[in-house]
Every structure is written in C-alpha cells, then in structure tokens.
Design a protein around this ligand. Structure first.
Ligand code: PA5
Length: 406
C-alpha cells in the first residue's frame, strides 16, 4: 500500500491555490488514463500475455538449471528496471544461482576484461535486450559475449543459450534472431524502454533471479487505484518547480533502494527533460548522504525539493540503548530530517510503502511511471520520446564510421 503526504513538508512553500492552477489539465490527464489514449496502462495484456508469462517462467526455470552465469545485456530502460527491483528484493549476500551479471551498460574495458576472465570456465546463458536492436553499447557487449560463446558451444547449443528480447518485428536483433533461430521475447511496440520493466524486458530477468513476478504484476496492476494520487504528485512537483525548486532529490532510507533511485532518475530525466523543461533528478541514500549532501539540502542554494520514499515495516532488530527497533530509529530519522530541511529551505513530498516486497514495489513502479507521464503532459512535452539521447549516438556512429573493432 502506498501512503503519501504532499502537504506536511511543503505547506510553507506552496498552497492549494498554487496547485489549483492545474485543476483543468489535471482532470484532462486523469481522463486520458481512465478512458482516453492511456487506458492501455490498465490492461495487463498491453505488457505481457498469459501465454508469454508462462513461457517466461518456464524459460527462467530452464536458465536456472542450465547455467552458472546469466548475462543480461542492455542499457537504459532495457536493464535499469530489472536491476532496480533485483537490488531492492534479493538478498545482498548468498544470492541463489545462477549468478547474474549485467553487461553493455558502458564501454569500460576493465569491467569487460573482468567479465571475460570470470565466465571463461563457466556455463553461460545470455539475454540480450534492446528494443531498437541498434544501440551501440549492447551491440558491442553482444558481439564480445557471442564471440566467447561461439568458442565454447556448438551452433545448435547456442540456440538454447542466446535469448533475445526485442521489438516484435523491427530492428537488427529481430533480423539476427530470425536468421539464427535464437529464442526471442517480444517488446510491445507501444511500450518504450523506461516503461518496459513489466514486459518481458524486466519480467524474464526477474524470474531468473527468483523474484515472484506474479505478485509484482499484481501490485503493478492494483496501482490503477493510485492514478489520481500520482497525478497529484506530478502537480505538486510542478508547482514547486514554478517556485524555483528546479532539482528533485529522490531520497531513500534503505540502501537496497539505491538502484531504484537510479531507475527514477532515468524515468524522470528521459520523460520530462526536453524542450529546455523538466526538473533535474538527483538522489540521496540516507542516512549515509546526510553526512555529505545533507549539508547542501539544509543550507545550500535554495533550489531543491525532496521526494522521500520510506518503508513502514522492516525486520525487528532491537537497539537496547534506545529501547527501539532499528527501523523505528530509521523512521524517526526520516521524519526529523524532513522537518529539519523544511525548517530551512527544502520541502519534502513523502511517499511511504508498507513493506519492501514484490507487491509494494509493483505498486511503486506504476505510481512513478504514471507520475512521470502525467508530469510530462503537464509541461506539454512528449513523455514517450528521448530525442536528445539520439544526438550523441549520431556523433559516435559517425566517428566509428559504422564499424567497431573487437
Ligand atoms: O527509455 C528508453 O527508451 C531508453 O533508455 C532506452 O531503453 C535505451 O536507450 C536503450 O534502447 P534500446 O532498448 O533500443 O537498446
């Protein structure tokens, strides 16, 4: 369950009158989700069909039994969501097999070298994820990994070890899969990268990782009840922005949500940061960052607001000195830091979930996706494109003259 408080730590900065300027457009956006062009968000079949879900789970079981290392190749929306959910929900130590490695998220030779050496004597299955099939980083990663795998496995066996997740019809990966007979999962054509974690893009890796994807989906779908709350959040952020709060810190009080904040940064930056508009997303992992960034949030330049994501319940670890559980102390820290920041210059929007589990994370993902789309519509930018990202790609491609050497 999601509980929000957008008033307590904002009320001296913005009023309901400020927010009411958005009433008309707010209603229009809500209508789009309820009965207009965005209703597909309420239909699970837009993301994954029942048959696909069965295939995902069966294939995940196959992967678990047939490799030591499962390599996920993808960048941006093609890996961020699953990475965030894995980090949030899997144990930090003693993770179950297979080991999961992400590749293709940068061009670091030293990391590549480590991966190449590490997988040398291990059984490997790879899932290459790219909607366009044309992205430089995953293409390079796939070239490297398939070169290694071709040295290890016969052509026929590669068909059981290379799994491609890509657009249903288009792109070079789709073409390759058709030519080589590789097993594929489809990415629905109307679901863009950063919105695709509940398509096979995220569901398949998450199932391999041992995460209960049915409960995740249940949470995700149930969050249609939070559409107006998410739009209210979008309106509150935008109202703060218009009071010169140009930067939003996604602040968490659990380091397992670190990658979730990375996913949030991607979601909001790519969805809203265009046409010289948008709020700059940053993150703080508290209480760690209170001892670094906390200084700026308390007394630095007056341009930041926080979206604080808290977790109500957690394991019971008693701290005798204070006669409280560790989580109770963490909750007190969250509350008092909001208060301290509010007293000076930084407002906070508070979003609490009940537990750190599949159901709540499913809800939270949907809540933020709805808010990001609504926020883009509020400022009249297209939520679903990312034209700026193409510009560096064009220059690199030009520099490489369409060839790269391994
Ligand atoms: O959100 C997005 O659309 C992007 O972040 C893409 O996911 C990212 O650029 C990777 O694209 P692709 O899946 O086509 O390789």
């Amino acid at each position: 369950m999601i509980k929000c408080d957008f008033d307590k730590y904002t009320s001296k900065f913005i009023s309901n009158i400020d927010k009411s300027k958005f009433n008309k457009i707010e209603k229009k956006i809500a209508k789009e989700f309820l009965s207009g062009s965005l209703t597909y968000w309420n239909d699970i079949n837009s993301f994954v069909s029942k048959d696909e879900l069965n295939t995902i789970m069966n294939t995940a079981n196959y992967v678990k039994e047939n490799c030591d290392v499962f390599i996920i190749i993808g960048i941006g929306g093609s890996y961020m969501g699953s990475k965030a959910i894995m980090e949030a929900l899997l144990p930090t130590f003693n993770k179950s097999k297979p080991e999961i490695i992400f590749l293709g998220t940068d061009l670091s030779s030293s990391y590549y070298k480590e991966v190449i050496d590490y997988i040398k004597d291990k059984e490997v299955i790879v899932n290459v994820i790219s909607k366009s099939g044309n992205t430089l980083e995953p293409n390079i990663a796939f070239e490297v990994i398939s070169y290694i795998m071709k040295g290890k496995y016969k052509k026929e066996e590669l068909k059981d070890r290379i799994i491609i997740t890509t657009d249903q019809k288009e792109g070079s990966l789709r073409k390759l899969a058709n030519e080589e007979g590789y097993f594929t999962f489809n990415i629905p054509s109307n679901i863009g990268g950063r919105f695709s974690v509940f398509t096979p893009v995220g569901l398949f890796p998450l199932a391999v990782a041992g995460i209960d994807i049915l409960t995740l989906l249940e949470g995700f779908m149930s969050a249609s009840e939070y559409v107006s709350l998410a739009i209210d959040y979008a309106v509150t952020r935008e109202t703060l922005y218009r009071k010169n709060k140009y930067v939003e810190s996604f602040t968490v009080y659990n380091s397992k949500l670190y990658y979730f904040t990375e996913w949030l940064k991607q979601l909001f930056a790519e969805t809203q940061g265009k046409s010289e508009k948008g709020i700059l997303p940053i993150s703080n992992i508290n209480t760690r960052d209170l001892h670094s960034m906390g200084q700026f949030l308390q007394e630095g330049h007056d341009i930041i607001f926080e979206t604080v994501i808290g977790i109500e319940n957690s394991n019971v670890i008693k701290i005798v000195k204070y006669d409280k559980t560790l989580n109770e102390i963490n909750r007190i820290a969250q509350e008092k830091v909001c208060l301290a920041h509010y007293r000076d210059k930084t407002p906070s929007l508070v979003i609490d979930i009940e537990n750190l589990d599949e159901y709540n994370i499913g809800q939270l993902v949907r809540f933020f996706i709805t808010a990001a789309i609504a926020g883009a519509l509020l400022i009249d930018v297209n939520p679903f494109d990312q034209p700026g990202v193409e510009k560096y790609k064009e220059l690199i491609t030009e520099a490489l003259n369409n060839t790269y050497i391994f």
